[in-house]
Design a protein around this ligand. Structure first.
Ligand SMILES: Nc1ncnc2c1ncn2[C@@H]1O[C@H](COP(=O)(O)OP(=O)(O)OP(=O)(O)O)[C@@H](O)[C@H]1O
Length: 278
């Protein structure tokens, strides 16, 4: 179980630090186990800087596991093991010399179920990452951060007059956008989204999709989705995962989203994207 505290237990950016550049994320030969059960086998994927990569595939093929490996959340599971590399702009986040906290700071995560701190105000939710790490910031810089993150999360206009109202009082779609704003407050270079719209209605889903497209200008996005229309609408590239008959998950095919949907190279991809299984 992942909690909101996991999501925000990261260091805030250094005050006055320059804006970060777009980052490429590269997974190399990732193999993952839970206990002695191998669930991913030598999965490699480059997620381009400033692009939206969608991870698609049937239930149980390892998409969420792969996503959680991308910001070192897999290692929170006691039985979990891993081989391979995850390179953020060429530097392996699993290098023993690297700090876990730096990986979590650079690579944020938004979960399937919106998980704001319900009793905290909207403003406090956005600032939760700063607060948890005890970082001092002036009232005016916090105000600016709250506004910019809520704007980027596509929520500002709806909440600007009630920033002190509890986060738990927002609708599901608004709560998810609040979680996006909260993850942005620590200025991640990559944002991982695990089925972020699966608990939302179609209108909220479209608002989040528009928010994602805007965000991709400044943060690399990787999204797990079961919704093929959503993958087609939002992503630049797709990776199709499959774990056939108890074998570990692999990427069957990946590439430009339009090509994956219109002219897939593998018949299994064609069957999946056209809804013939999964
Ligand atoms: N904490 C865990 N402990 C043991 N096995 C796990 C754990 N989490 C996932 N698994 C197993 O790893 C495999 C991959 O699961 P994962 O959740 O990554 O798949 P998925 O493609 O994201 O599925 P879904 O689309 O249903 O979310 C599955 O067989 C699952 O049962």
């Amino acid at each position: 179980m992942t909690t909101a505290a996991d999501e925000t237990s990261v260091l805030p950016p250094t005050p006055g630090a320059p804006a970060t550049s777009l980052a490429e994320l590269q997974a190399r030969e990732i193999t993952a186990w839970f206990g002695d059960r191998k669930v991913l086998d030598r999965v490699s994927l480059t997620m381009p800087a400033g692009g939206i990569t969608a991870l698609i595939g049937p239930s149980g093929c390892g998409k969420s596991t792969f996503l959680r490996i991308l910001n070192r959340m897999h290692e929170l599971v006691p039985s979990a093991q891993l081989a391979g590399q995850v390179l953020l702009d060429g530097e392996d986040i699993y290098d023993p010399a690297k700090r876990l906290i730096d990986a979590r700071r650079a690579i944020g995560m938004v979960f399937q179920k919106p998980n704001p701190f319900p009793a905290m105000s909207i403003r406090e939710n956005v600032l939760a990452g700063l607060k948890l790490t005890g970082t001092k910031a002036s009232r005016s810089s916090k105000d600016g951060l709250v506004e910019s993150c809520l704007r980027k999360g596509g929520l500002w206009d709806e909440v600007k007059d009630r920033l002190d109202a509890p986060g738990g009082g927002l609708s599901g779609g608004q709560q998810q956008r609040l979680c996006i704003a909260r993850s942005l407050a620590i200025k991640p270079r990559v944002l991982l989204m695990d089925e972020p719209c699966s608990a939302l209605d179609p209108t909220s889903t479209r608002v989040i999709e528009e928010t994602m497209k805007d965000l991709a200008r400044e943060v690399t996005i990787v999204i797990v989705t079961h919704n093929m229309q959503q993958a087609a609408r939002v992503s630049d590239q797709c990776a199709f995962f499959l774990a056939s008959q108890g074998t570990p998950g692999v990427i069957v095919e990946h590439g430009d989203t339009a090509a994956m949907f219109q002219n897939p190279q593998d018949p299994r991809t064609s069957d999946y994207v056209h809804g013939r299984f999964g």
